[in-house]
Ligand binder design. Structure first.
Ligand code: SR1
Ligand code: MG
Length: 420
């Protein structure tokens, strides 16, 4: 067994050159491979390896948080959870996540398909470009992974074994538990925000007892409700796109959690992107079109989720919950449909709450998003961030009362116009 050693562009060819799957996909002599480290995320090393036959991605965990440095150790085991999540996602929604070619647990590395010419979703939206079918692909992905990873689909033994496996992803869950659900709501050491412009609204939110209670209700759902295998970090940097194709990457935060967690984080990211666009797209007509597309994408994502989740409910409900023996087999399809509507209503309320929390943590916490942080002038950035913060609060506090995705988007439009 070789001891873990972080790769470098110089050492990678010699260390991976003897792996058949990699050598075949890359082609040529390993000594001639072109290797570039391109990781721009918060945690890992990511290499593009190019040869005569093609290219692959090599992702390797570092024993610490890259964003912060060696002072924040983080277990290499996250690569193991990412690998296990990738193979489950591939089985549940084939073709959306990158194909895994090789996994080395000791070296905490995964060799996978290079998505090319895909770029990170936020790069596309910030440049004023759209993605055909984004909402459909993401709605299908969220519905299929949520349903097929849950007690609605899995039998008791499979589900419990899987919950036990992913329960080991302690430190990554701990990051979410603290950075997402708690730190933003008090003056935590790692926090940062646009100051002094946002100091007032930040103080207001941190003094808002109702908000802090609801945020902890959401955190309780995160820690206690092992409903399905979630991606765990579904933001605009975990989605790679071309103008016509959408793929999902980076499930190292995978955990068993609420059915509405992934889609909620995703919608929060759509909403932040929507509000940020006025700072990135100078042409008014183009801006209006891109903003509308962003909101339309949110609708399409949720509508597709509902449609696909309902289809799976009717055709693949073979798990331990809402057994057909109680409903359809008794000739009472209506009762099954009522149960479905109620489950979807619960998922939607969670979606709205998680979306609001995500918007808060990306502005108040440690890990921000480029759509907002990339706005150089703080006097332009702050009012946009304030819109997101206030919308986030309204979402979290009203999550059980909001009637549907249309109302969420109307709330966003009102914030953007300044009429909320
Ligand atoms: C210390 S890690 C900060 C954030 O980066 C990841 O992508 C997750 O979003 C995490 O919360
Ligand atoms: Mg990531």
């Amino acid at each position: 067994m070789t001891r873990y050693e972080a790769l470098t562009p110089e050492t990678l060819p010699a260390r991976l050159g003897s792996l058949d799957a990699v050598a075949k996909a890359v082609g040529g002599a390993p000594a001639d491979w072109r290797v570039q480290e391109v990781g721009d995320g918060n945690l890992n090393l990511v290499f593009i390896v190019d040869g005569t036959a093609g290219s692959v991605i090599v992702k390797q965990a570092l024993p610490y948080v890259r964003l912060v440095g060696e002072s924040w150790p983080l277990p290499l085991r996250r690569a193991y959870f990412e690998y296990h999540a990738l193979i489950r996602q591939e089985a549940r929604d084939p073709g959306v996540v990158p194909r895994v070619m090789h996994f080395d647990e000791e070296q905490a590395l995964i060799v996978m398909e290079r998505l090319h010419p895909h770029i990170i979703l936020r790069g596309q939206t910030m440049a004023g470009r759209t993605v055909a079918g984004l909402g459909t692909t993401m709605g299908l992905f969220c519905a299929r992974t949520a349903f097929r990873g849950s007690d609605l689909s899995m039998n008791a033994a499979q589900k419990k074994a899987d919950v036990a496996l992913f329960a080991g992803n302690v430190e990554l869950c701990d990051i979410t538990e603290n950075l997402v659900f708690t730190d933003p709501y008090f003056d935590a050491t790692l926090n940062r925000h646009t100051s002094p412009q946002l100091d007032g609204v930040v103080a207001e939110l941190r003094a808002d007892a109702a908000l802090k209670i609801e945020a902890q209700h959401m955190k309780r759902a995160f820690t206690a409700r092992a409903e399905t295998l979630c991606h765990g970090d579904l933001h605009a940097g975990s989605i790679m796109v071309t103008e016509t194709d959408t793929r999902v990457i980076d499930p190292e935060f995978a955990f068993y959690g609420p059915l509405g967690f992934d889609i909620g984080m995703l919608v929060g990211n759509y909403l932040m992107a929507y509000h940020s666009l006025s700072a990135h797209i100078p042409d008014p007509a183009k801006l209006a079109a891109c903003q509308e597309w962003m909101l339309q994408t949110a609708t399409e994502t949720w509508d597709t989720f509902v449609e696909e989740f309902s289809r799976l409910w009717r055709t693949e409900r073979t798990g331990i919950l809402y057994a057909r023996t109680l409903y359809e087999d008794q000739g009472d399809t209506e009762a099954s449909e009522t149960a479905l509507r109620e489950v979807l209503a619960d998922i939607f309320a969670d979606l709205v709450g998680f979306a609001g929390i995500e918007m808060h943590r990306r502005i108040l916490g440690l890990a921000h998003v480029r759509e907002l942080d990339g706005i150089e002038d703080p006097d332009v950035r702050a009012p946009i961030e304030e819109r997101c913060l206030r919308l986030g609060r309204d979402l979290v506090l009203n999550r059980r009362r909001i009637s549907g995705i249309g109302e969420v988007l109307d709330m966003a439009r009102a914030r953007e116009r300044g009429t909320a």
